[in-house]
Ligand binder design. Sequence first.
Ligand SMILES: Nc1nc2c(c(=O)[nH]1)N[C@H]1C(S)=C(S)[C@@H](COP(=O)(O)OP(=O)(O)OC[C@H]3O[C@@H](n4cnc5c(N)ncnc54)[C@H](O)[C@@H]3O)O[C@H]1N2
Ligand code: MOO
Length: 433
Amino acid sequence: MSWTSARALAAEAACPLEPVPVPLDEALGSRLAVPLRALVAVPGADVSAMDGYAVAGDGPWRVVGRVLAGGAVHAAELRPGEAVEIATGAPVPGGAEAVVPWERVTIAPASGGSASSGPVSGGPVSRMRAARVPAWGDDVWIEGAVEVGRHIRRRGEDIAEGAVVLGAGTVVTPVALGLAAGLGHDVLLVRPRPRVTVLVTGDEVVQQGLPGPGRVRDAIGPFLPGLVEWAGGRIAGTLRLPDGAHPLHDALALPSRPATAPPGPASASPGAAFAPASAADVLVVCGASAKGPADHLRKVLGDLGADVLIDGVAVRPGHPQLLARLPGGRLLVGLPGNPFAALAAALTLLAPILRELAGTPVRHEASALAGEVRAHPHDTRLVPVRRSGRGAVPVGHDRPGSLWGAALADALAAVPPGWAGEQVELIELPAGV
Ligand SMILES: Nc1nc2c(c(=O)[nH]1)N[C@H]1C(S)=C(S)[C@@H](COP(=O)(O)OP(=O)(O)OC[C@H]3O[C@@H](n4cnc5c(N)ncnc54)[C@H](O)[C@@H]3O)O[C@H]1N2
Ligand code: MOO
């Protein structure tokens, strides 16, 4: 099967996960399952955009009250010639036609109330504030230029109640979280990030330190979490399995556990060691994908009654990759043991499945190849490249057992059999953060 057919089939095989409601502080990085609507208008009322005075009619105005954000509203309708001192964000009283910032008003000679007391001060309030803030109880009169409607933010002026502000599928970024909170949301309905459990097989595979004779350091387990995250999933667990059919069988035979179920089975129960495998929407088996004496994956899948959907893909490296559906519906991706081959298979099969499940948009990119590449006679070659202004430049070091070239690259060029210099598709590699 060609790698493009395999990619399409993998995406098709992925059954969308049910949207889940999650509290805001757990929603970061998920995708919205439904459009985000404003539950409230912003601002929620006609409010002042400035610290100053809400005024009615022409000045001078008699200051008849004070309104602070979060404080008591000024219930009475302002009459022409009246003002209230007002804080930014506080609701403007009915009848107010504008807000005049306090630095734009001057204290007026009193023309009402105890007129005989005369003006409090002839200077601007800004200057006066340093000495004495005029309080409305002081029978203060102010004057200044007024522009009707100025410095009043009308209810719903920024965002109308009910407006759709972000579409379904949008990633919940830190900013989107702030927006959602401001619009009254405590919980968001998101596409759950598919849970992936990784089973690393191989007696010779060691997890730390220098590999001794006959041993090899695990180079696949460490790249999968980042790749899985990048494709929209999350790692539910990683299990190290010795070679042999039994451990693989036991891990894969565990039934699926819903994301909301408590962890289990209890540590004393049989199968406890494999519990992470039951917490997965997708299982990934590293190694054991070929047909050698220590490769038990196919036999175990047969014994379990799994449906093998893809058995080998025409790419180099990575041709022994495999996709199966386990009884119960979960998908299993078999990655070849050679690390670069495993990376290729993770990009061909695993990433499309996770993108489909997580609702992550897919981008396809084509480019000229700027460099010598020898096509494979019947398979597509996946060649590590770096994008440049003159096309994708092969970086070399592309042996199946080594991640060197892929680590230098930002994409893999898919060079079809019989390639004769035309543009090729680029498969993006996960970028760092
Ligand atoms: N007769 C054939 N033999 C092989 C073929 C073939 O077509 N006919 N294909 C070869 C290719 S290509 C690959 S790729 C491998 C795939 O083999 P497996 O998936 O069964 O993997 P293993 O045999 O377990 O390991 C292969 C190789 O990779 C090393 N390895 C395994 N796991 C890891 C790991 N987590 N990190 C780093 N290295 C790992 C392992 O030690 C072996 O050297 O089959 C070929 N054979
Ligand atoms: O998958 Mo192998 O080259 O194709 O290492």
